[in-house]
Design a protein around this ligand. Structure first.
Ligand code: UDP
Length: 488
């Protein structure tokens, strides 16, 4: 047990090595720092720039945010050298190898704890060994999920009642049983391993990974959620009361980035110059631009990219469209043969295509943005909500179909583009006419205005939640109070 200095709480963060997990972790560290907590983030060599780059220009008002680098054993788990990040895994097989690689980090994590002597370990849900490591050093382990309350609750209800086993086809809808809202899902919207559709050894591997993560979560001290109470109160209550979990919602964490520079620096190196991007946005009318992005992981087929191009043009709206490089390996620009030069010429001034990494929060927060076409990754949803923009929802995989329900059916700040198939790839199934129609629904007319008003109200609630005295601020204060007295 380490001596606990009540005023000098030190929290160690260990995120999964994936953009959607590391980016909110740095935000959390910044937030903890403003509450006078010293923080250290553990990561591997090739992921370190995600933290060190933005920290170079970070105007720290609290104790330092340190980075501890530990090796990742790519070769030992059969991954090509240099693959130490979720984004770089291009198949299920690689992803399971990558997760096996994370299990080999236990010893290194122990060494970091011995060296840094933190009072608490916040580790990703998919790093279940962290619970045992924390227990060894008699410090609390908090789980960081990076998803919504509603998705956690749906997964719980699916596991408990297995309603998807009662339907006769993938397309037949079922209700999520005993739920605060009527939520209908289709089997086709659930992960392939749940439906038994993936390769057997991969399915088994995923079941094992999730089993271990669930078991470790139950033994952990509690859970940190990137959400805020006013956004999904029924599910925050369900999670804590019905599922019996101890959880603290401290988000939206992206709102800690006040300066343009901090918004621009989030994540990888931007593929567009900050000033060029802002100049383009400044030239547009308020609420006139549609922002399109599928996040850091989802790969989009050439056929689908072409349909998106046609849909955007037909919508007659200005747009910023983020397209990862074809293989989505490291965000480098590739020759983009899928996009015709004629299209680019016609769209000059009207549409901006960013090939690679976009400064998403900087863009979403600009007054020119009128809507967000999103794959429903939880960070993106929350960032859209924090900026008050209505959304076209286009879920791809993970828990994204559940996040979509929150936006389209509960908050009513978006419309679905009409996908029903959980898939690791965005295939060419959504036709340009549907894309155009969904975009016009959130941009033009009475219904769009109502959605925008609701979205602006949510923005206000999000901003208030993280301010002094707001729900997220207060709950973090109470967590820190608990942590300070844990070993006292
Ligand atoms: N992001 C970004 N620029 C990009 C792509 C993604 O800044 O070009 C950020 C985005 O703001 C979010 C995160 O990467 O914070 C993606 O997380 P999300 O949960 O939305 O989706 P994932 O990438 O994990 O599927």
């Amino acid at each position: 047990m380490f001596p606990n200095e009540p005023q000098r709480l030190h929290v160690l963060f260990f995120p999964l090595m994936a953009a959607g997990h590391m980016i909110p972790t740095l935000d959390m560290a910044k937030i903890f720092a403003t509450h006078h907590v010293k923080t250290t983030i553990v990561t591997t060599p090739l992921n370190a720039p995600t933290f060190t780059k933005p920290l170079r220009s970070y105007k720290n008002v609290g104790p330092p945010i340190d980075i501890e680098i530990i090796p990742f054993y790519s070769k030992e788990v059969g991954l090509p050298e240099g693959v130490e990040n979720y984004e770089r895994c291009t198949s299920d097989e690689m992803t399971t190898r990558f997760l096996k690689g994370t299990e080999m980090l236990q010893e290194s994590l122990e060494k970091v704890i011995e060296k840094c002597k933190p009072n608490c370990l916040v580790a990703d849900k998919l790093l279940p060994f962290a619970t045992d490591v924390a227990a060894k050093f008699n410090i609390p382990r908090l789980v960081f999920h990076g998803t919504s309350y509603i998705a956690q609750c749906v997964m719980h209800a699916l596991g408990k009642y297995e309603p998807y086993k009662q339907v006769s086809s993938d397309e037949e809808e079922f209700d999520v049983p005993h739920f605060p809202h009527e939520i209908k899902l289709k089997k086709s919207q659930l992960p392939t391993f749940l439906r038994g559709l993936g390769e057997k050894h991969i399915n088994d591997e995923w079941m094992k990974i999730f089993g271990r993560a669930m078991e470790a979560e139950e033994r952990s001290y509690g859970i940190i959620m990137n959400s805020f109470y006013e956004l999904e109160p029924d599910y925050a209550d369900y999670y804590r009361k019905k599922m019996g979990r101890k959880a603290w919602h401290i988000g939206p964490v992206s709102l800690c980035n006040h300066e343009k520079e901090a918004k621009f620096q989030r994540g990888k190196d931007s593929s567009i110059d900050e000033h060029e991007c802002l100049k383009w946005l400044d030239s547009k009318k308020p609420k006139s631009v549609v922002y399109v992005s599928f996040g850091s992981l989802a790969k989009v087929s050439t056929l689908q990219l072409q349909q998106i191009a046609m849909g955007l043009e037909a919508s007659e709206q200005d747009f910023i469209w983020v397209v990862m490089s074809k293989n989505n390996v490291d965000g480098e620009n590739e020759k983009n043969e899928w996009l015709s030069h004629e299209f680019e010429k016609r769209m000059e001034g009207k549409g901006l295509v960013i090939r690679g990494w976009a400064p998403q929060v900087l863009i979403l927060d600009h007054e020119a943005i009128g809507a967000f076409v999103t794959h429903c990754g939880w960070n993106s949803i929350l960032e859209g909500i924090s900026c008050g923009v209505p959304m076209v929802t286009w879920p791809v995989f993970a828990e994204q179909f559940m996040n979509e329900k929150l936006v389209t059916e509960i908050l009513k700040t978006g419309v679905g583009v009409g996908v029903n198939q959980w898939n690791i790839m965005v295939e060419g199934n959504v036709k340009w006419e549907d894309i155009k129609e969904a975009i016009r629904k959130v941009m033009v007319g009475e219904e769009a205005l109502e959605m925008r008003n609701r979205a602006m109200k949510l923005k206000e609630l999000a901003t208030t939640a993280v301010e002094v005295g707001g729900s997220s601020y207060n709950i973090l204060q109470s967590l820190l109070h608990e942590l300070r007295s844990y070993n006292a």
